[in-house]
Write a protein that binds this ligand. Structure first.
Ligand SMILES: Nc1ncnc2c1ncn2[C@@H]1O[C@H](COP(=O)(O)OP(=O)(O)OP(=O)(O)O)[C@@H](O)[C@H]1O
Length: 301
């Protein structure tokens, strides 16, 4: 449904986005990650037609994206843009009207989502009377009340407590199940891990990772080892190619430079000690992010 083909965008001497290609289909969730200045907002602005690419093209449902497509796209900006003196109901209906969306349908949707997002009692409250978390839920609702095919969420979880994050994640998953394609940016890799099935990692405008989350994790292999046994930290620190060691539950979490190093360490420890538990596993998204970004910067340095 969304095809970005070799898109480059410069601002003066800065290449904000360098030859990005991406395909997203109905019912997929793409996590867009990268440090500050990586090119995430530029990507969103291009899809939203706020700015034009210098080269390359963007297609929505097999036709070149234009301003006429904006009704098919929902957007939750990072700078929250609610009218503080409007009531929740007025606000959401206002956004529905902006997108030419049927008022009765919007009211039905509003009723359902107010319950679903656990803000039912606030429908006639002014936005300014709501907590930050509840304002964020209203902003999310305003972005999708017109049932867009594509939903773009810029840092939707920032500043939310863990319970509200769970509520938002489950709402976004429900939209996904109903066929909406979703792109969201986040600096919290746990949210990315929990929600995305695809991942795009940008660094200084360049594409570093762009694939299914499972494939990305599989490519790294099982570089991590959790191990329990009759040893101390000092007995483990000289294992070859060990990057990190941390106490974890009743054992240790060891991170290695490769899956071979992790496997060899396990064989070595099994020969030496009576192990009471062990598990080899893929790195977390947080570890992948750090490995990819640090490596890249090392190269550039
Ligand atoms: N309008 C602009 N004029 C000049 N430079 C810009 C403009 N917009 C973005 N840039 C530059 O393009 C690069 C990418 O910026 P972008 O805002 O897309 O990053 P980002 O990944 O969204 O960062 P953040 O996480 O801080 O929001 C940065 O170097 C930024 O300074």
């Amino acid at each position: 449904m969304l095809n970005i083909n070799n898109v480059t965008k410069r601002f003066n001497d800065t290449v904000a986005l360098d030859n990005l290609s991406l395909n997203l289909y109905s019912g997929e969730i793409l996590g867009l990650i990268g440090k500050n200045g990586a090119g995430k907002s530029t990507t969103f602005k291009l899809i939203l037609n706020f700015i034009e690419p210098d080269s390359g093209s963007i297609y929505l449902d097999n036709h070149k994206l234009s301003k006429n497509d904006l009704d098919q796209i929902g957007y939750m900006p990072e700078e929250r843009g609610l009218y503080l003196d409007m009531s929740v109901k007025q606000q959401v209906l206002y956004f529905a009207e902006l997108h030419d969306y049927d008022k009765d349908k919007a009211l039905k949707g509003l009723d359902y989502w107010m319950r679903r997002l656990e803000v039912k009692g606030f429908i006639n409250y002014k936005i300014k009377a709501l907590s930050k978390g509840n304002q964020q839920k209203i902003q999310l609702m305003a972005a999708f009340i017109h049932q867009p095919k594509l939903l773009i969420l810029d840092e939707p979880f920032s500043g939310l407590d863990p319970i509200n994050i769970e509520i938002l994640i489950s709402a976004v998953k429900e939209l996904q199940e109903n066929g909406t394609a979703i792109i969201f940016s986040s600096h919290d890799m746990r949210n990315v891990e929990q929600l995305s099935n695809k991942l795009l990692l940008l660094n200084n405008g360049k594409t570093i990772l762009n694939d299914d989350l499972i494939k990305i994790k599989d490519k790294f292999g099982k570089t991590n080892l959790y191990i329990e046994g009759p040893f101390k930290k000092d007995d483990l620190i000289d294992l070859p190619n060990l990057v990190k060691i941390a106490k974890d539950y009743s054992g240790y979490h060891l991170t290695f430079t490769s899956k071979e190093a992790a496997f060899n360490a396990l064989v070595n420890l099994k020969n030496k000690y009576e192990l009471s538990g062990y598990r080899l596993f893929n790195p977390s998204m947080d570890e992948i992010f750090k490995m990819k970004i640090t490596k890249k910067e090392g190269k550039n340095a």
